[in-house]
Design a protein around this ligand. Structure first.
Ligand SMILES: NC(=O)c1ccc[n+]([C@@H]2O[C@H](COP(=O)([O-])OP(=O)(O)OC[C@H]3O[C@@H](n4cnc5c(N)ncnc54)[C@H](O)[C@@H]3O)[C@@H](O)[C@H]2O)c1
Length: 442
């Protein structure tokens, strides 16, 4: 049960009242000829590197969104959050963050409809669960939760809440991910049965603060291992293969290479005798997890955030009538000839006919808005629509729980030498109904 500190809350009354007055109308002003939009008031927790960029997308790319309050425990980040809201929203938001639980006072405000959570991964789940318990909408950045118990708590909180939760997995909004999703739904590839997803990103420069202390990413690779940042990899194949939408993941097996890259990096940066060189990092340089589904499909995910290589997310989707490989192209073969060559390079031939509506209509706007090539524009817009219309999200709490559970279950499998580990059914059997998520994505 979440307890809000009433005294602290009342101490902020003056500012809150001002903010309420600022956000009092329910319909936002728009230019002549435009349809009025319902006002949406969002609090943002975590205004470090990514938070301000999400604030910009919320305010600059969406009409009728206001940010009456932000929260960060780091004074510099907090100031950055306030300045970003001022720049794009025109108001000075109330700033919270006197300690790690001050976000609860922000969530308790009546003038906030929802929160966007962009903190260290170790806090994402706790804050989202508290916000759902307070009946607020939640847009949570990846990875969503930080323990198996939090996965369950998230699902239970969602089932009781009047608010809606969306995992803001931006990679699912990539152009090719949505194009393939569209083609699958229109039967181009036949039934899908195998997918690969990956997140390979050399993040070692983000593991240490300038004073040599570990950041949250550094603590993640020191304390956790397995597929520790899974959703960028698993999200697209899970959507292509209908996970939690007619099928579900039932078990996983994982292997991991020895953790060497980080030690190599720490020695080079801080010296062989430095305290950093003595840290025992647990996360292997690359981990591979193979997942079985109830319908006999497989997903493989590769996760490597400490390897010396350029950023790469590669994907494969295999269906009975063809396949997609992000490194080679699309192959569709409805006849009986042997498959010797990729018929088309990348997506050019199919884009005209099967381009997803989001890109057909708004590719230029998304690209101009920036943020990982446009995907942040779509993921933030999707959150805004969910919260404003009280709509069921495409990527919901069940997806967040299932996808993030791989972080914990891959570790258990590694501990057992790669033996299969059962994946819980977070949906409680709802996945069997192929219609329960109908209409959630255009
Ligand atoms: N989807 C993407 O493409 C993408 C890209 C980058 C980061 N992220 C995610 O965004 C989140 C933030 O990443 P970042 O790079 O901005 O990290 P960051 O360390 O720069 O920012 C995190 C901020 O959260 C604050 N914070 C931590 N605990 C808090 C608490 N209890 N209350 C209030 N503030 C708290 C910290 O002080 C910090 O300023 C992470 O979850 C990360 O996984 C996603």
């Amino acid at each position: 049960m979440v307890r809000f500190n009433r005294r602290e809350f009342l101490a902020k009354t003056t500012a809150t009242t001002a903010a309420t007055a600022f956000g009092s109308a329910t319909v936002s002003m728009v230019s002549a000829g435009e349809k009025p939009v319902k006002k949406l008031r969002i609090g943002v927790v975590g205004t470090g590197r990514r938070g301000p960029s999400q604030i910009r997308h919320l305010l600059a790319d969406n009409k009728g969104v206001e940010i009456p309050a932000i929260c960060d425990i780091d004074p510099q980040a907090r100031a950055r959050g306030v300045a970003t809201v001022k720049q794009y929203g025109g108001n000075t938001p109330e700033a919270y963050g006197k300690d790690e639980l001050d976000y609860r006072n922000m969530i308790a405000r009546d003038d906030i409809d929802g929160v966007v959570v962009v903190t260290d991964v170790q806090w994402l789940g706790k804050i989202s669960i508290d916000a759902l318990k307070a009946d607020k909408h939640v847009g949570c950045d990846v990875t969503g939760t930080h323990s198996l118990d939090e996965c369950w708590q998230l699902v239970k909180a969602q089932e009781k809440s009047k608010g809606k939760y969306m995992l803001m997995e931006n990679c699912c909004f990539g152009r090719e991910t949505l194009l393939m999703y569209n083609m699958i739904r229109q039967g181009v590839f036949g039934d899908t049965y195998f997918g690969v997803g990956s997140y390979v990103h050399d993040c070692r420069h983000l593991y240490f603060k300038p004073n040599g202390e570990l950041t949250w990413r550094g603590r993640l690779v020191r304390d956790d291992y397995g597929s520790i940042y899974p959703s960028h990899a698993i999200g697209s194949p899970a959507k292509w293969l209908g996970i939690n939408d007619g099928d579900r993941m039932v078990s996983c097996s994982a292997v991991m290479t020895a953790p060497r890259g980080l030690h190599f990096y720490a020695v080079k940066k801080f010296g062989a005798d430095s305290p950093q060189a003595k840290i025992e990092f647990k996360a292997g340089d690359i981990s591979t997890t193979t997942i079985n589904t109830a319908k006999g499909k497989n997903i493989r995910i590769d996760c490597g955030i400490s390897s010396t290589r350029p950023y790469s997310r590669y994907y494969v989707m295999q269906g009975l009538k063809g396949c997609y490989d992000s490194r080679s192209g699309v192959y569709v073969n409805d006849g009986d000839q042997a498959a010797h060559a990729w018929s088309d390079q990348l997506i050019a031939k199919y884009a005209d006919k099967y381009e997803h509506e989001y890109y057909r209509k708004d590719a230029a706007t998304a690209t101009k808005a920036g943020g990982h090539g446009g995907i942040d524009y779509f993921v933030v817009r999707e959150f805004v629509e969910m919260a404003r219309e009280n709509k069921e999200p495409w990527i919901d709490a069940y997806d967040a729980a299932a996808w993030t559970s791989i972080m914990h279950l891959s570790r258990l499998s590694i501990d057992k030498g790669g033996a299969p580990v059962e994946i819980p059914d977070f949906t409680g059997g709802k996945w069997k109904d192929p219609n329960w998520r109908k209409g959630r994505m255009v």
